[in-house]
Design a protein around this ligand. Structure first.
Ligand SMILES: *[C@@H]1O[C@H](CO)[C@@H](O)[C@H](O)[C@H]1NC(C)=O
Ligand SMILES: *[C@@H]1O[C@H](CO)[C@@H](O)[C@H](O)[C@H]1NC(C)=O
Ligand SMILES: *[C@@H]1O[C@H](CO)[C@@H](O)[C@H](O)[C@H]1NC(C)=O
Ligand SMILES: *[C@@H]1O[C@H](CO)[C@@H](O)[C@H](O)[C@H]1NC(C)=O
Ligand SMILES: *[C@@H]1O[C@H](CO)[C@@H](O)[C@H](O)[C@H]1NC(C)=O
Ligand SMILES: [Zn+2]
Length: 473
């Protein structure tokens, strides 16, 4: 199953017919568009080689461990040094989110500790309140925590089919592990917010750890910026666990805290999840949100949660307008990079759910700017090395050969180049037949074209070989 490439050369009947068939046991994982087309969840969750991540290893803390400032990272250290004096002297609470031994005055709630009292309005000056609901009536801030899930294509395809955008709260460790899945959120027009590096209870951490959890997820050498090319300005604390110490840290890093009012508890599984969705829908139908909208919490951390999101989508949409949280706030520039624009609430409601991505963002993702803006069915373009290779081979060959069927050759070239290729495990390019009576010049051009094509195929093979070698470690 690990034979990545097969090349067939055919020759017959005094004519030179050449057919290059690139068959892969592995799907094309060259960029966000091709990866978005993989349907098999096991294939989606197979590890892959993403070239820029060669540069990551010494820049980030190990994934899924509590972050600390990476040794030698003077940028992070200087940033921390510049803000630490502003952090309130509130002691860390409990151990790894176990708060049973915490001695806290729940009545006066001095730290505005959400976990204790669901407090969302900081008791310190200069810190804006958290966003736990949205002002627009009959609306809900729609989104999911804990992604990017490696196997989320079915869910994201579903959202595309419904022209629905969401706010996704991505965990830094997941972004590093699943870079192309993380890119899909930007590409499809979802709003990306951060959800910490390792998904630990923030109020249990030291202030420096809490800083590192956020820094390495969003700021300059951060996971989301490195992988997706944008810097979020919003975040959601894992378990909602925040207080005025954590708020001061995220505020110093330019982030807004987004919480929620209603919880599907979908991560727990079981029939209770249906009850939770049902209760929320009943509230919505009974007029609870007729004056002010709300935020409902869902997760993309397993197939169950993702299936519930899809199962209840039309019911939710029949009672509430579902919008990304930033859109509900008219936050048209949700990233530090101001070239990326989002619709206002009114624009979203009139059908513009996404503004086109600028060429610079598409180029960062390695997808040509002629590409349509979504990875849904009819999209799009691929810069898959093999595909590109085949295209250039075809065009060189095409001009070098005067053949009986030029239209066939140009049709196949166009198809491949525009990436109309489907997410199959094989790309086939058939080259035009060189007539037996071809002139010397035609044969020379043909040979030159073939040579160019095989050089590119070889380069592509080297890439695949490198990926294969990584999987064998
Ligand atoms: C790694 O980083 C260097 C320096 O920023 C850059 O020139 C190079 O292209 C990067 N490599 C990859 C594979 O992205
Ligand atoms: C995604 O979902 C799958 C299937 O439920 C699960 O096994 C996996 O752990 C999830 N997490 C990530 C990060 O993909
Ligand atoms: C969003 O913009 C619309 C149109 O200007 C306005 O009616 C609405 O109040 C704004 N919402 C927020 C939260 O600012
Ligand atoms: C050229 O190729 C096209 C597409 O395969 C085919 O429909 C057409 O009949 C061919 N024409 C000739 C002259 O072979
Ligand atoms: C090559 O053969 C074809 C018929 O197969 C003919 O029509 C064409 O004129 C020939 N070309 C040359 C350069 O002899
Ligand atoms: Zn979470």
């Amino acid at each position: 199953m690990r034979t990545p490439t097969t090349i067939l050369l055919l020759s017959s009947l005094g004519r030179i017919a050449l057919s290059a068939t690139v068959k892969r046991a592995e799907p094309d994982r060259s960029n966000v568009v091709t990866v978005s087309k993989i349907t098999d969840p096991a294939q989606q969750c197979a590890p892959y080689w993403y070239p820029p991540s060669d540069n990551y290893s010494n820049k980030f803390p190990p994934t899924w461990t509590v972050a600390s400032i990476v040794s030698g990272d003077t940028v992070a250290q200087n940033k921390w040094n510049s803000i630490k004096a502003k952090i309130p002297a509130i002691a860390p609470k409990g151990v790894n989110g176990d708060f049973s031994s915490v001695n806290y005055d729940y009545g006066s709630d001095p730290d505005c500790w959400w976990t204790a009292t669901q407090c969302v309005t900081s008791k310190r000056s200069g810190i804006p309140p958290d966003v736990a609901k949205i002002p627009e009536p009959l609306s809900a801030g729609y989104g999911f925590d804990d992604g990017p899930n490696c196997s989320h294509n079915a869910l994201y395809d579903f959202l595309n089919q419904n022209n629905q955008k969401a706010t996704v709260f991505y965990i830094g460790s997941n972004v590093i592990n699943w870079p192309l899945q993380a890119q899909r959120a930007l590409y499809d027009g979802h709003e990306i917010c951060a959800h910490s590096w390792s998904h630990n209870a923030m109020t249990s951490l030291t202030s420096e750890q809490a800083f590192a959890e956020i820094w390495y997820t969003v700021r300059p050498v951060q996971a989301i910026k490195s992988v997706v090319g944008v810097t979020p300005t919003c975040w959601r604390p894992p378990y909602g666990d925040t207080d005025d110490r954590i708020r001061a840290i995220v505020n110093a890093l330019g982030l807004t805290t987004v919480l929620w009012q209603y919880d599907s508890f979908d991560w727990m599984g079981g029939a209770q999840v249906d009850t939770n969705y049902g209760d929320f829908l009943t509230k919505a139908r009974s007029g609870e949100f007729n004056r002010v909208g709300t935020i409902f919490l869902q997760h993309e951390n397993n197939e169950f949660g993702m299936s519930k999101i899809m199962q209840y989508y039309s019911d939710m949409k029949s009672v509430l307008k579902l919008v990304p949280v930033g859109v509900a706030m008219n936050k048209t520039r949700p990233y530090v990079e101001t070239n990326i624009e989002f619709p206002t609430y009114n624009e979203y409601m009139s059908g513009t759910t996404m503004k086109p991505l600028p060429a610079s963002a598409l180029s960062f993702l390695g997808v040509p700017s002629s590409t349509a803006s979504s990875t849904s069915a009819t999209a799009s373009t691929s810069k898959a090395s093999t595909t590109t290779t085949a295209t250039s081979g075809a065009s060189v060959t095409g001009t070098g050969t005067s053949t009986s069927n030029a239209s066939s050759s140009s049709a196949s070239g166009t198809k491949t180049g525009s990436g109309a290729s489907t997410p199959t495990s094989s790309n086939t390019v058939t080259f035009p037949v060189l007539p037996a009576n071809a002139t010397k010049a035609q044969i020379q051009a043909y040979v030159q074209g073939m040579k160019t094509m095989f050089d590119s195929l070889l380069a592509s093979l080297n890439g695949l070989t490198r990926r294969a070698a990584e999987w064998m470690v």
